[in-house]
Design a binder for this molecule. Structure first.
Ligand code: HEM
Length: 128
């Protein structure tokens, strides 16, 4: 049998829909993060993050068909991301991952990546 991707192991598209929807509910209500998002409607941002994560974990490549190479660090340069923004982002993501109730080894793999990725997106030094 073909090896199962992480994408399939966690339940495919439905799981990523739930993850990212829950995450953006948190962002929508967050006074630090919400102003960073340029669009009034968070729907398109939600779709981009969902498609990116699906692709990253071995699902359909729709993200790159629509957006090209991810270049995520570069795409985040317009937004001031310090450690406070990173930690808020991770807090909403942690709540969203918790709601998936994944098997511990899958939860761990997903979380490790998100923490690593969020740390790499910081582009602004904290003020003294
Ligand atoms: C886009 C904020 C971390 C993936 C964005 C946008 C903002 C933002 C404001 C623009 C919304 C839009 O798409 O219109 C942040 C903040 C982070 C963070 C404050 C804190 C560390 C991450 C991480 C990932 C990620 C860790 C990936 C694991 C994406 C993707 C897009 C995006 C895929 C859409 C890129 C595109 O195709 O244009 N982010 N982000 N972000 N972010 Fe983040």
């Amino acid at each position: 049998a073909a090896p199962t991707s992480f994408y399939e192991a966690v339940g495919g598209e439905e799981t990523f829909v739930r993850l990212v929807r829950r995450f953006y509910e948190g962002v929508a209500a967050d006074p630090l993060l919400r102003p960073l998002y340029p669009e009034e409607d968070l729907g398109p941002a939600e779709e981009r993050l969902r498609l990116f994560l699906m692709q990253y974990w071995g699902g359909p490549r729709t993200y790159s068909e629509n957006r090209g190479h991810p270049r995520l660090r570069m795409r985040h340069f317009p937004f001031r991301i310090g450690t406070a923004e990173r930690d808020r982002w991770l807090a909403h993501m942690r709540a969203a991952v918790d709601e998936l109730e994944l098997a511990p080894h899958l939860d761990q793999q997903l979380w490790q990546y998100l923490v690593y990725a969020a740390h790499s997106m910081v582009n602004t030094a904290d003020e003294a």
